[in-house]
Design a protein around this ligand. Sequence first.
Ligand code: CP
Ligand code: NVA
Length: 333
Amino acid sequence: MIEFNSLNKLDSLDKLVCRRDVMAKKDLLSIYDLSAKEIKALLSKSFEFKSKKKSLDVFKGKILGLIFEKPSTRTMVSFTTAMLQLGGTPVFLNTENLQRKRGESVHDTAAVLSRYLNGIMVRAFKHSDVEEFAKYSTIPVINGLTDYEHPCQILADIMTIMEFHKAKTIGALKKIKIVFTGDSNNIANSLLAISAVLGLDFTLISPKEYLPKKEILNKALGYTSSTGATIKITSDVGEAKNADVIYTDVWTSMGFEAEERKRKKAFSPYQVNGELLKKASSKCIVLHCLPAIRGEEITEEIMDKYEDSIFTQAENRLYVQKAILLHFLGTAG
Ligand code: CP
Ligand code: NVA
């Protein structure tokens, strides 16, 4: 039992606990949350992590929560490894066991988890859920993929393009023709966004009925006059001409399984295959965020031929996650 005298001593502690100071926090929900300067800094830090390959102890005592509403291999393992190699602790929060599954609100979940953790990575079906999570959390929230964007992936993709094309500056990156062919989904949206913010040369090739929505396109186009980005949106695969990078993703993203048959038919002319590569520049590399369905959006032959760029792209996720964690959690309490 606490005595009256010691209760008086607890007075200051009481004030401390009740007057919960909320430190300013920054989230990574979309590529648009980053300025060109921040993207450059994140890429430079990622290259530093890759070249040194050593662990840092900067996150001792810090805990990162990981929530996956959808399956994951690369995002789950690269964030877990990154956190451990930075001296912190990752905690995998199984959505099957969280009270969210029984209807606890995003609001309450975010507020409570903020009291335990130093940061949280969320992979969700709905982008609006991640936005709501960020709204009610007092710790940094990182988007690990939603139906709208996959910002962590796209930073690793740009790192890979710079690496394979030996582009040491954003100026050099601007001269590289990047072509995405396939579904205008989360990956395409984030590529479009980063191209707009950095001023890149980006062509998106997709069947008419799958082209990006007006508001997504307009947001990107809003940057072109200030950044000098060249954005081309088309349904003509001939526009892959002279591509230095050809990027694709699955035709049926997670959450769209019911449309699989229809999608296979619509996207078949947009496959990454030997014919398409003939249109590209001689130094063209192929990228795929993975997982791939060999024989659908990309042929077995092209997957094997370009496995170095594709698997390096996956490897680079690790260095980028470290840079992201340092940038977003490093400044939070
Ligand atoms: N590219 C990517 O995010 O892979 P996972 O779904 O395996 O995390
Ligand atoms: N567009 C894919 C990306 C997987 C990393 C999906 O959302 O399933």
